[in-house]
Ligand binder design. Structure first.
Ligand code: ZN
Length: 349
Protein backbone atom coordinates (compact mmCIF):
# COMPACT_ATOMS: atom_id res chain seq x y z
CA UNK A 1 0.00 0.00 0.00
CA UNK A 2 1.04 3.54 -0.65
CA UNK A 3 0.14 6.31 1.72
CA UNK A 4 0.13 9.74 0.17
CA UNK A 5 1.66 12.04 2.68
CA UNK A 6 2.67 15.59 2.24
CA UNK A 7 4.15 18.21 4.43
CA UNK A 8 6.08 21.42 4.21
CA UNK A 9 9.49 20.08 4.81
CA UNK A 10 11.96 20.14 7.51
CA UNK A 11 14.00 17.21 6.26
CA UNK A 12 15.33 16.56 9.73
CA UNK A 13 11.89 15.55 11.00
CA UNK A 14 11.12 12.97 8.33
CA UNK A 15 10.77 10.32 10.99
CA UNK A 16 7.32 11.56 11.88
CA UNK A 17 5.89 11.69 8.37
CA UNK A 18 3.66 8.64 8.74
CA UNK A 19 1.52 10.70 11.11
CA UNK A 20 0.80 13.40 8.57
CA UNK A 21 -2.23 14.09 6.46
CA UNK A 22 -2.33 12.88 2.84
CA UNK A 23 -2.26 15.31 -0.02
CA UNK A 24 -1.81 14.38 -3.68
CA UNK A 25 0.34 16.25 -6.19
CA UNK A 26 -2.82 17.12 -8.08
CA UNK A 27 -4.31 18.74 -4.95
CA UNK A 28 -1.12 20.70 -4.30
CA UNK A 29 -1.00 21.93 -7.91
CA UNK A 30 -4.58 23.19 -7.58
CA UNK A 31 -3.74 25.41 -4.61
CA UNK A 32 -3.91 29.13 -5.25
CA UNK A 33 -0.99 31.53 -5.27
CA UNK A 34 2.69 31.19 -5.87
CA UNK A 35 4.56 28.87 -3.53
CA UNK A 36 7.11 26.13 -2.98
CA UNK A 37 6.10 22.99 -1.16
CA UNK A 38 8.45 20.14 -0.17
CA UNK A 39 6.63 16.85 0.29
CA UNK A 40 7.37 13.20 0.98
CA UNK A 41 5.41 10.14 -0.10
CA UNK A 42 5.84 7.23 2.24
CA UNK A 43 6.49 3.79 0.73
CA UNK A 44 6.28 0.64 2.81
CA UNK A 45 6.60 -3.06 2.03
CA UNK A 46 7.52 -6.01 4.27
CA UNK A 47 7.78 -3.54 7.18
CA UNK A 48 10.67 -1.72 5.45
CA UNK A 49 9.80 1.91 4.92
CA UNK A 50 11.27 4.48 2.58
CA UNK A 51 10.01 7.63 0.89
CA UNK A 52 9.87 9.61 -2.32
CA UNK A 53 10.79 13.30 -1.88
CA UNK A 54 8.93 15.75 -4.14
CA UNK A 55 9.14 19.54 -4.45
CA UNK A 56 6.39 21.51 -6.14
CA UNK A 57 7.09 25.09 -7.18
CA UNK A 58 4.09 27.00 -8.45
CA UNK A 59 4.51 30.31 -10.24
CA UNK A 60 2.20 33.29 -10.42
CA UNK A 61 1.34 32.99 -14.10
CA UNK A 62 -0.16 30.07 -16.02
CA UNK A 63 2.14 27.73 -17.91
CA UNK A 64 3.22 24.12 -18.33
CA UNK A 65 3.89 21.62 -15.56
CA UNK A 66 7.58 20.80 -16.06
CA UNK A 67 8.84 17.78 -14.12
CA UNK A 68 12.51 17.16 -13.34
CA UNK A 69 13.63 13.83 -11.90
CA UNK A 70 17.08 12.92 -10.58
CA UNK A 71 18.40 9.92 -8.72
CA UNK A 72 16.35 7.10 -10.23
CA UNK A 73 19.82 5.63 -9.94
CA UNK A 74 21.21 6.88 -6.62
CA UNK A 75 24.87 6.44 -7.59
CA UNK A 76 24.59 8.91 -10.49
CA UNK A 77 25.77 12.06 -8.72
CA UNK A 78 25.99 14.92 -11.27
CA UNK A 79 22.19 14.85 -11.89
CA UNK A 80 21.50 14.77 -8.14
CA UNK A 81 23.89 17.63 -7.32
CA UNK A 82 22.69 19.70 -10.29
CA UNK A 83 19.09 19.37 -9.04
CA UNK A 84 20.19 20.33 -5.49
CA UNK A 85 21.62 23.55 -6.95
CA UNK A 86 18.46 24.18 -8.99
CA UNK A 87 16.40 23.80 -5.80
CA UNK A 88 18.52 26.51 -4.18
CA UNK A 89 18.39 28.85 -7.17
CA UNK A 90 14.86 28.67 -8.55
CA UNK A 91 12.43 31.17 -7.12
CA UNK A 92 8.63 30.70 -7.60
CA UNK A 93 8.57 34.34 -8.78
CA UNK A 94 10.44 33.29 -11.92
CA UNK A 95 8.16 30.38 -12.88
CA UNK A 96 5.24 30.34 -15.29
CA UNK A 97 3.11 27.29 -14.56
CA UNK A 98 4.68 24.77 -12.16
CA UNK A 99 7.76 22.72 -11.56
CA UNK A 100 7.64 19.27 -10.02
CA UNK A 101 11.08 18.21 -8.84
CA UNK A 102 12.03 14.78 -7.55
CA UNK A 103 15.50 15.50 -6.13
CA UNK A 104 16.35 11.82 -5.49
CA UNK A 105 13.88 9.19 -6.69
CA UNK A 106 15.77 6.29 -5.16
CA UNK A 107 16.88 7.56 -1.73
CA UNK A 108 17.91 4.09 -0.51
CA UNK A 109 20.26 3.56 -3.47
CA UNK A 110 21.71 7.03 -2.85
CA UNK A 111 22.07 6.79 0.90
CA UNK A 112 23.45 3.24 0.94
CA UNK A 113 25.69 3.93 -2.11
CA UNK A 114 24.23 1.09 -4.17
CA UNK A 115 24.70 1.26 -7.97
CA UNK A 116 21.70 0.43 -10.22
CA UNK A 117 19.36 -1.12 -7.65
CA UNK A 118 17.41 -0.26 -4.52
CA UNK A 119 19.09 -2.23 -1.70
CA UNK A 120 15.72 -2.92 -0.04
CA UNK A 121 14.47 -5.19 -2.84
CA UNK A 122 17.44 -5.39 -5.27
CA UNK A 123 15.27 -4.01 -8.10
CA UNK A 124 16.30 -1.42 -10.70
CA UNK A 125 13.81 1.47 -10.49
CA UNK A 126 14.47 2.39 -14.09
CA UNK A 127 13.15 -0.93 -15.38
CA UNK A 128 10.16 -1.05 -13.01
CA UNK A 129 7.70 1.25 -14.81
CA UNK A 130 4.72 1.60 -14.67
CA UNK A 131 5.17 -0.06 -11.27
CA UNK A 132 2.59 -1.47 -8.92
CA UNK A 133 0.80 -0.16 -5.82
CA UNK A 134 1.11 -3.45 -3.94
CA UNK A 135 4.62 -4.54 -5.00
CA UNK A 136 7.98 -4.03 -3.34
CA UNK A 137 9.38 -0.56 -2.53
CA UNK A 138 10.78 -0.10 -6.06
CA UNK A 139 7.46 -1.14 -7.68
CA UNK A 140 5.63 1.34 -5.45
CA UNK A 141 8.02 4.23 -6.19
CA UNK A 142 7.57 3.58 -9.94
CA UNK A 143 3.80 3.47 -9.42
CA UNK A 144 3.90 6.78 -7.53
CA UNK A 145 5.98 8.47 -10.25
CA UNK A 146 3.66 7.05 -12.95
CA UNK A 147 0.41 8.06 -11.28
CA UNK A 148 1.27 11.09 -9.13
CA UNK A 149 3.98 12.76 -11.19
CA UNK A 150 3.96 11.78 -14.89
CA UNK A 151 0.18 11.97 -15.25
CA UNK A 152 0.25 15.56 -13.90
CA UNK A 153 3.13 16.68 -16.15
CA UNK A 154 3.18 18.57 -19.45
CA UNK A 155 6.91 17.93 -19.91
CA UNK A 156 8.82 15.15 -18.16
CA UNK A 157 12.62 15.26 -17.89
CA UNK A 158 14.47 12.34 -16.31
CA UNK A 159 18.17 13.02 -15.61
CA UNK A 160 20.69 10.19 -15.49
CA UNK A 161 24.41 9.73 -15.93
CA UNK A 162 26.92 6.91 -16.06
CA UNK A 163 26.51 4.77 -12.95
CA UNK A 164 29.47 3.62 -10.79
CA UNK A 165 30.96 1.45 -13.55
CA UNK A 166 29.84 3.41 -16.62
CA UNK A 167 31.92 5.78 -18.75
CA UNK A 168 29.49 8.04 -20.62
CA UNK A 169 29.46 10.90 -23.14
CA UNK A 170 26.89 13.56 -22.16
CA UNK A 171 23.82 13.51 -24.39
CA UNK A 172 20.14 14.39 -24.36
CA UNK A 173 17.61 11.89 -25.69
CA UNK A 174 13.97 11.20 -26.51
CA UNK A 175 11.84 8.55 -28.19
CA UNK A 176 10.98 9.04 -31.84
CA UNK A 177 7.27 8.32 -31.40
CA UNK A 178 5.84 8.62 -34.92
CA UNK A 179 2.16 8.46 -33.85
CA UNK A 180 2.62 11.43 -31.50
CA UNK A 181 4.57 13.58 -33.94
CA UNK A 182 3.83 16.89 -32.22
CA UNK A 183 5.27 15.68 -28.88
CA UNK A 184 8.29 14.17 -30.63
CA UNK A 185 8.92 17.45 -32.42
CA UNK A 186 8.76 19.38 -29.12
CA UNK A 187 11.10 16.86 -27.44
CA UNK A 188 13.53 17.30 -30.33
CA UNK A 189 13.30 21.10 -30.12
CA UNK A 190 13.95 21.13 -26.38
CA UNK A 191 16.86 18.72 -26.89
CA UNK A 192 18.44 20.85 -29.62
CA UNK A 193 18.02 24.00 -27.50
CA UNK A 194 19.40 22.34 -24.36
CA UNK A 195 22.95 23.25 -25.41
CA UNK A 196 24.09 19.62 -25.16
CA UNK A 197 26.05 18.77 -28.30
CA UNK A 198 24.83 15.19 -28.80
CA UNK A 199 21.13 14.53 -29.30
CA UNK A 200 20.05 10.89 -29.40
CA UNK A 201 16.67 9.64 -30.60
CA UNK A 202 15.56 6.11 -29.79
CA UNK A 203 13.10 4.09 -31.85
CA UNK A 204 9.65 3.78 -30.27
CA UNK A 205 7.66 0.62 -30.98
CA UNK A 206 5.75 0.28 -27.71
CA UNK A 207 2.07 -0.69 -27.83
CA UNK A 208 -0.33 0.87 -25.33
CA UNK A 209 -0.50 -2.42 -23.40
CA UNK A 210 3.29 -3.06 -23.34
CA UNK A 211 5.26 -2.49 -20.13
CA UNK A 212 7.12 0.81 -20.50
CA UNK A 213 10.04 -0.21 -18.19
CA UNK A 214 11.80 3.20 -18.21
CA UNK A 215 10.47 6.38 -16.58
CA UNK A 216 10.66 8.64 -19.63
CA UNK A 217 9.35 5.84 -21.85
CA UNK A 218 6.35 5.62 -19.52
CA UNK A 219 5.84 9.36 -19.97
CA UNK A 220 6.17 8.98 -23.75
CA UNK A 221 3.60 6.17 -23.65
CA UNK A 222 1.23 8.39 -21.60
CA UNK A 223 1.41 11.04 -24.36
CA UNK A 224 3.58 13.46 -22.37
CA UNK A 225 6.53 15.34 -23.92
CA UNK A 226 9.42 13.34 -22.47
CA UNK A 227 13.19 13.62 -22.49
CA UNK A 228 16.21 12.38 -20.66
CA UNK A 229 19.62 13.94 -20.07
CA UNK A 230 22.58 11.62 -19.57
CA UNK A 231 25.67 13.29 -18.06
CA UNK A 232 28.31 12.21 -15.60
CA UNK A 233 30.21 8.99 -15.14
CA UNK A 234 31.95 6.50 -12.93
CA UNK A 235 30.47 7.43 -9.57
CA UNK A 236 31.94 10.90 -9.09
CA UNK A 237 30.36 14.38 -9.04
CA UNK A 238 32.37 16.24 -11.79
CA UNK A 239 31.64 19.98 -11.68
CA UNK A 240 31.65 20.33 -15.49
CA UNK A 241 28.82 17.80 -15.81
CA UNK A 242 26.84 19.45 -12.98
CA UNK A 243 27.16 22.75 -14.87
CA UNK A 244 26.24 21.13 -18.19
CA UNK A 245 23.06 19.63 -16.68
CA UNK A 246 22.03 22.89 -15.00
CA UNK A 247 22.57 24.91 -18.15
CA UNK A 248 20.58 22.36 -20.17
CA UNK A 249 17.70 22.42 -17.66
CA UNK A 250 17.57 26.23 -17.63
CA UNK A 251 17.62 26.27 -21.43
CA UNK A 252 14.76 23.75 -21.55
CA UNK A 253 12.74 25.62 -18.90
CA UNK A 254 13.19 28.86 -20.78
CA UNK A 255 12.37 27.38 -24.18
CA UNK A 256 9.22 25.69 -22.83
CA UNK A 257 7.98 28.99 -21.41
CA UNK A 258 8.35 27.77 -17.81
CA UNK A 259 11.16 30.03 -16.70
CA UNK A 260 11.68 33.74 -16.94
CA UNK A 261 14.39 36.05 -15.63
CA UNK A 262 17.36 33.69 -15.76
CA UNK A 263 20.56 34.91 -14.19
CA UNK A 264 23.12 33.53 -16.59
CA UNK A 265 23.33 34.37 -20.27
CA UNK A 266 23.10 31.61 -22.85
CA UNK A 267 26.57 30.82 -24.12
CA UNK A 268 27.08 30.30 -27.82
CA UNK A 269 26.12 26.78 -28.72
CA UNK A 270 28.04 24.25 -30.79
CA UNK A 271 26.05 22.75 -33.66
CA UNK A 272 23.98 19.77 -32.51
CA UNK A 273 24.92 16.28 -33.65
CA UNK A 274 21.90 13.99 -34.00
CA UNK A 275 22.44 10.25 -33.50
CA UNK A 276 19.33 8.29 -34.40
CA UNK A 277 20.79 4.75 -34.35
CA UNK A 278 22.44 2.76 -31.58
CA UNK A 279 24.46 -0.42 -31.71
CA UNK A 280 24.71 -2.28 -28.41
CA UNK A 281 27.67 -4.60 -27.92
CA UNK A 282 26.96 -7.17 -25.21
CA UNK A 283 29.45 -8.91 -22.93
CA UNK A 284 30.00 -12.41 -24.36
CA UNK A 285 31.30 -14.03 -21.16
CA UNK A 286 32.06 -13.11 -17.53
CA UNK A 287 35.60 -11.87 -17.16
CA UNK A 288 38.05 -8.96 -16.91
CA UNK A 289 37.66 -6.18 -19.48
CA UNK A 290 40.48 -4.14 -21.03
CA UNK A 291 40.07 -1.20 -23.40
CA UNK A 292 42.09 1.93 -24.21
CA UNK A 293 38.98 3.70 -25.48
CA UNK A 294 36.79 6.26 -23.70
CA UNK A 295 33.29 7.58 -24.13
CA UNK A 296 33.22 10.14 -26.95
CA UNK A 297 35.91 8.30 -28.95
CA UNK A 298 35.04 7.67 -32.58
CA UNK A 299 35.26 4.06 -33.74
CA UNK A 300 35.17 2.31 -37.11
CA UNK A 301 33.45 -0.84 -38.30
CA UNK A 302 35.59 -3.95 -37.58
CA UNK A 303 37.82 -2.00 -35.14
CA UNK A 304 38.92 -3.97 -32.09
CA UNK A 305 37.59 -1.99 -29.12
CA UNK A 306 39.06 -4.06 -26.32
CA UNK A 307 39.26 -7.60 -25.01
CA UNK A 308 38.13 -9.84 -22.18
CA UNK A 309 40.27 -12.28 -20.25
CA UNK A 310 39.44 -15.03 -17.79
CA UNK A 311 40.61 -14.86 -14.16
CA UNK A 312 43.96 -16.46 -15.14
CA UNK A 313 44.74 -13.67 -17.61
CA UNK A 314 44.04 -15.69 -20.76
CA UNK A 315 42.46 -13.66 -23.54
CA UNK A 316 39.00 -15.08 -24.32
CA UNK A 317 37.39 -12.52 -26.63
CA UNK A 318 38.31 -9.56 -28.77
CA UNK A 319 35.49 -7.00 -28.83
CA UNK A 320 34.86 -5.86 -32.40
CA UNK A 321 32.67 -2.95 -33.51
CA UNK A 322 30.01 -3.73 -36.09
CA UNK A 323 29.48 -0.06 -36.92
CA UNK A 324 31.23 3.25 -37.46
CA UNK A 325 30.12 5.78 -34.85
CA UNK A 326 30.86 7.35 -31.48
CA UNK A 327 31.02 5.65 -28.07
CA UNK A 328 28.02 6.95 -26.14
CA UNK A 329 28.81 4.75 -23.17
CA UNK A 330 30.90 1.78 -22.20
CA UNK A 331 31.81 -0.21 -19.13
CA UNK A 332 34.62 1.80 -17.54
CA UNK A 333 35.81 -0.67 -14.90
CA UNK A 334 37.35 -4.19 -15.15
CA UNK A 335 34.57 -6.63 -14.12
CA UNK A 336 32.08 -7.56 -16.87
CA UNK A 337 29.16 -9.96 -16.83
CA UNK A 338 27.66 -11.94 -19.69
CA UNK A 339 24.78 -10.13 -21.38
CA UNK A 340 25.50 -6.63 -20.02
CA UNK A 341 25.89 -3.73 -22.44
CA UNK A 342 29.66 -3.37 -22.89
CA UNK A 343 29.51 -0.54 -25.46
CA UNK A 344 26.74 1.60 -26.90
CA UNK A 345 27.84 3.07 -30.23
CA UNK A 346 25.72 5.93 -31.56
CA UNK A 347 25.54 6.81 -35.26
CA UNK A 348 23.26 8.51 -37.73
CA UNK A 349 21.41 6.98 -40.64
ZN1 ZN B 1 20.60 5.99 -14.59
Amino acid sequence: MIKLISKTIALSVLTSFSMLKSQSVKEILKQKGSFRKDTVFSVKSDSKETYLPVTIIKGKEKGPVFTIVAGIHGYEYPPIIAVQELLKEINPENINGSLIIIPIANVESFQKRTPFVNPLDQKNLNTAFPGSSNGTQTDQIAHLITNEIISNSTIFLDIHGGDASEDLLPFVCYYDRKDAAENTKKANELSVKSGIEYVVSYPYTLKSTDQSKYAFKEATQQGIIALSIEAGKLGTVQKDNVKLIKTAVYNMLENSGTYVNRRSKVSKQKPTILLNQQDYIRVPENGIFYSELKSGDKVKKNQILGYITDKFGNKKHDIVSQTTGIILYKVGTPPVNKGETLFCIGYNQ
